[in-house]
Design a protein around this ligand. Structure first.
Ligand code: PMP
Ligand code: GLN
Length: 386
């Protein structure tokens, strides 16, 4: 048999699927893969339900239903004062994952360099490599995940086509500050490059911080593709509704890729997402407030057991170093061990590196009911005898 594509074949099954399967197999509390244990807001689901029966279920327009494209424009104006034209500058995709793929396939020419910040979300590298891009990786280091400015500047060259910035960042929970964003923007402008901004966790920021899109930095409006996800903003990860805004010049090649990837996204889910984006401020405030309390709950519990919790200003992931617990083995071994022996699943952070990375840290997802988080902590406490 002839061989399959060598780039994609070189990857195994994603760590999220692997750990979720293991959690199901062993009946453990799954704090690995990032998904809430609730069912999303009732009113958003009700709109989807209603639209399923009262609206057409045939192919919606390729760029998305007008209601959602308009809602995306209104949302970006309301939260970030970004003006955009819903007809020439917005697109609806099947999850942020598809928006990322469409942006990379649309923009990268074989041989182009792409700057990335590790640890990073696992869909980036295979798509960049499949598109013929050459990754240039720099690392933020724990526990504060500070941006290494010198290394970042050195990663840019005249061959740089784009930077992929995930802010707030999975898995670190880092929220890039204004100075870091200004520094990044200067590099992108200075090298006449673009930025794909994965901002799926834009509404999950804590401690009074406000999400600040890279697109709002001077000179960046025309250079950025800003991506969001209903999965994160409405705790409905199974819907896979994503959206992006970009200048018409960037949107055109992205739409070319999108038309051959998925072409459209279920129309009733698009309508419900449009409704959701218009919800009151109180919805967005309580989403972040509730998660902040859960972050504190899991952080306190893990620290009591002997983990060293890292900074987390956004997303719904807390990273914890387990070196103090006396475990001998890698982070993969550790996550497997706690699944089997303590009945709690986490994700090894080394999975977010393309080569050897830190391997004494586990990522715990905390967008779960408090009772479940408390039970997970109790199980770990019992296991480690604290
Ligand atoms: N980017 C990041 C950083 C993520 O954590 C996720 C999580 N699923 C995605 C993109 C994908 O979002 P979606 O489910 O909307 O495709
Ligand atoms: N974004 C989620 C996480 O980081 C998982 C997404 C997936 O399972 N593909 O856990």
């Amino acid at each position: 048999m002839k061989s399959a594509n060598s780039v994609l074949s070189s990857y195994g099954t994603t760590v999220f699927e692997v750990m979720s399967r293991l959690a199901i197999e062993h009946g453990s509390i799954n704090l690995g893969q990032g998904f809430p244990d609730g069912n999303g807001p009732d009113d958003v689901r009700a709109v989807a339900h209603e639209a399923l029966d009262s609206s057409p279920n045939q192919y919606p327009p390729m760029m998305g239903v007008p209601e959602l494209r308009q809602a995306v424009t209104t949302h970006n104006k309301r939260f970030y004062d970004i003006d955009s034209n819903w007809q020439s500058e917005t697109i609806v995709t099947s999850g942020a994952t598809e928006a990322l793929a469409a942006a990379m396939f649309g923009l990268i020419e074989p041989g182009d360099e792409v700057v990335l910040i590790e640890p990073l979300y696992d869909s980036y590298m295979p798509i960049i490599q499949r598109a013929g891009g050459i990754p240039r990786l720099v690392r933020v280091e724990p526990p504060h995940w500070t941006l290494p400015r010198k290394e970042l500047a050195a990663a840019f060259s005249n061959k740089t086509k784009l930077l992929l910035l995930n802010n707030p960042q999975n898995p670190t929970g880092k929220v890039f500050d204004d100075e870091e964003l200004a520094f990044i923007a200067d590099l992108v402008c200075g090298f006449d490059a673009y930025a794909i901004c994965d901002e799926v966790y834009e509404h999950l920021v804590f401690d009074g911080l406000k999400h600040n899109p890279l697109m709002n930095q001077p000179g960046m409006r025309e250079r950025c593709v800003k991506i969001g996800s209903a999965g994160k903003t409405f705790s409905l990860t199974g819907w896979k509704v994503g959206y992006a805004i970009a200048s018409p010049a960037l949107m055109a090649p992205i739409a070319k890729a999108h038309q051959f990837l998925t072409f459209t996204t279920p129309p009733n889910l698009q309508k419900a997402t449009a409704y959701g984006l218009g919800k009151d401020d109180s919805y967005f405030e309580s989403l972040a407030g509730d998660l902040q309390a859960k972050r504190d709950l899991i952080k306190t519990g893990l620290e009591r057991i002997g983990f060293t919790a890292m900074d987390c200003s956004g997303t719904y992931f807390l990273n914890a170093d387990f070196s103090g617990l006396g475990f001998i083995g890698s982070d993969e071994d550790f996550c497997r061990m706690i699944t089997l022996e303590a009945g709690v699943t986490a994700v090894p952070v080394s999975a977010f590196y393309s080569g050897p990375g830190i391997d004494t840290v586990a990522r715990f997802c905390f967008c779960k009911e408090d009772d479940l988080l408390l039970e997970a902590i109790a199980r770990l406490e019992k296991h480690f005898g604290t």
